[in-house]
Design a protein around this ligand. Structure first.
Ligand code: AGP
Length: 608
């Protein structure tokens, strides 16, 4: 949560546009308040307010923000509600030191009490504000350098942090520290950057240095020095070039990132298929050899792991469970060195997932992850990584990364089927051909269903509640569709196994109540007809995602989304979710909400 960015340029000049441009790329991480600090003419300039960047921009003059260094923050509130006072950056009493922070300082109350006793005056309710005051305290009390004071401060704090500090005392440097919150450096001939995520500086540079936990960095206009805080040693780490292109972090003519990302799916899925990853075989072998397998993830990523769970059960006939990362405690006593954990994550920074895999690793488990962000924390705690190659996903609601995660599960599943002998050569090749056709099926699905989604959304947008029902494999499709509707259109949507809906949820159904059914032509097809009839008998309006040409189903429902024929029904969880992404998107837009920045959410959930 929270996006942080710092920029150093060659001279002391205008820097407001650059820092806001970078912050805009990080707004998916939090957007309840925004703030910038720079040092100009030997003084700190602080501009901050409650609201999204666009709202705050109306009240400030960007050209007035000058400096050689600047830091910026876009907030997702934890300690203290969204307000101008609680917005970062925070400063010390003398207004010489300014700090932005992503994470949580767990011992802030104790530190704040100590600092209050020393006479420090606080302006906000945040945990972060202890940092500039603590740095100030070390400077005064111990007469150390600014760098030493920041290091001493970092040594006193407990919790998670990505921190950037600027000061009038050294107006040409940015000091950063990291623990369990992401921080990367970007290097360009004219500017140096630090940020929570690469898209912040992608329009300037693709040269990136990843920072690790317990590292401290001093960045100057043409250099960076990394210190390992545990050993005190200087670390040499060369930049690497990311494959992401600057336009990947732009909307490319689409009104929202979410719609762009839905449309990108044929390409992202094709990229995943095209790029060979040697880790796939190692991952499949290790899962095959393991005694116990747990897939671990949160939110949308969790739904993708349900495909993994079903495939492992099917192709290896091994007990295997998909576990919500925050419920890891429930399986903790089952973990040992014969256990494989498969964390799946877009960001690789979800704290629930990270904490679970760190513990599982300590207990001897092997960690085999599927992650989108290269070098993220989950990848660094993994024995093998399968990358999703979905590119940057800026919309808070996951779309292209969900289908990439599900495809990755299939990739693993097919290799497992081969190793275990559950799939003979012909079957394996047939599935692989189907696998390669998925991008084209998804493309046709978008073309066939976008206008319908927009049309149905005009009716859906007036509703307050809905059900998403499916059976078997596509229960996760229903869950993901309902989650999308909840998180961006704010319509309460509950996914349920269709067969189970009569055991309680049906009580909510009344005249014109929306019920979305996912009905591929598989073994569940006959039974789900009965469930549609039950719902309609109570007045429900039924919508189905069905296979093209399924006349019987078409007649049962008021509206349909059609999925093209011509691929194995087993892969249905990928194309069948796409109309539900579009339906949620258009419903949100028709209700007047911003799908890219839904209220109360952050793309990267770095708190427990
Ligand atoms: C997706 O639409 C959600 N915003 C959320 O559920 C997300 O999938 C979850 O927080 C997990 O994130 P991760 O994939 O980055 O670990």
């Amino acid at each position: 949560m929270c996006g942080i960015v710092g920029i150093i340029q060659q001279t002391e000049s205008k820097i407001g546009n650059e820092i806001i441009e970078a912050l805009t790329k990080l707004e998916y991480r939090g957007y309840d308040s925004v703030g910038v600090a720079s040092v100009a003419n030997g003084e700190l300039i602080i501009v901050k307010d409650e609201g999204k960047i666009a709202e705050v921009l109306e009240k400030i003059d960007l050209d007035s923000i000058k400096g050689r260094v600047a830091i910026g923050h876009t907030r997702w509130a934890t300690h203290g509600p969204p307000s101008k006072e609680n917005a970062h950056p925070h400063v010390d009493c003398k207004k010489q030191i300014s700090v932005i922070h992503n994470g949580i300082i767990e011992n802030f109350q104790q530190l704040k009490n100590e600092l209050l006793e020393q006479g420090h005056v606080f302006q906000s309710e945040t945990d972060t504000e202890v940092l500039p005051h603590l740095i100030e305290q070390f400077l005064e009390e111990e007469k150390v350098s600014l760098e030493e004071a920041i290091i001493k401060t970092v040594e006193r704090i407990e919790g998670t942090y990505g921190i950037c500090v600027i000061s009038t005392l050294e107006p040409d440097k940015i000091f950063c520290a990291k623990k369990d919150s992401p921080l990367v450096i970007g290097i360009n001939d004219n500017r140096m950057f630090c940020a929570s995520d690469i898209p912040a500086f992608l329009s300037y540079t693709q040269e990136v240095v990843l920072l690790h936990d317990d590292e401290f960095v001093t960045i100057s206009k043409d250099n960076y020095e990394i210190i390992d805080l545990k050993t005190g040693e200087t670390i040499t780490r060369k930049p690497y070039t990311v494959s992401w292109k600057p336009e990947m972090a732009q909307k490319a003519g689409f009104p929202h990132f979410m719609l762009k990302e839905i449309h990108e799916q044929p390409n992202t899925l094709a990229d995943y298929i095209r790029i060979e990853q040697p880790s796939i075989l190692k991952i499949a072998e290790k899962i095959y050899e393991a005694e116990k397998v747990f897939l671990l993830a949160a939110g949308t990523a969790h739904y993708s792991t349900l495909t993994g769970q079903n495939l492992i059960r099917r192709f290896v006939k091994k007990p295997c469970s998909s576990v919500i990362a925050s419920e890891y405690e429930l399986i903790k006593n089952l973990i040992d060195e014969k256990t494989v954990i498969v964390p799946v994550s877009q960001s690789g920074e979800t704290m629930d997932t990270i904490m679970a895999i760190k513990n599982a690793r300590e207990l001897g488990a092997t960690i085999l992850s599927a992650v989108n962000i290269v070098g993220s924390t989950v990848t660094r705690h993994s024995d093998e990584v399968l990358y999703l190659y979905a590119g940057p996903e800026i919309g808070v609601a996951a779309t292209k990364t969900y289908t990439a995660q599900t495809l990755a599960m299939w990739d693993i599943g097919l290799e497992l089927g081969k190793i275990s002998g559950e799939l003979d050569n012909d079957e394996y090749e047939m599935y692989r051909t189907n696998f390669k056709n998925i991008p084209s099926i998804v493309k046709q699905t978008i073309v066939h269903n976008e206008a319908r989604a927009n049309h149905i959304a005009s009716w859906f947008a007036k509703k307050n509640s809905s059900f998403y029902l499916a059976r078997s494999l596509n229960l996760q499709t229903a869950r993901e569709g309902a989650l999308k509707m909840k998180e961006i259109a704010y319509i309460h949507s509950e996914a349920y196994p269709a067969g189970e809906s009569k055991h309680g949820p049906i009580a909510l159904v009344e005249e014109d109540y929306p019920v979305v059914f996912v009905t591929p032509q598989d073994q569940t097809r006959k039974l789900i007809v009965g469930n549609i009839m039950e719902m309609k008998a109570r007045g429900a309006t039924a919508i189905a995602v069905l296979e093209e040409g399924d006349k019987e189903m078409e007649e049962l429902v008021k509206w349909k989304f059609e999925i093209p024929k011509g691929y194995s029904e087993m892969f249905s969880t990928i194309p069948y979710v796409v109309p539900l992404q579009l339906l949620a998107y258009y419903t949100a837009v028709r209700r007047g909400y911003s799908p890219d920045q839904p209220r109360n959410l952050s793309k990267s959930v770095t708190v427990l």
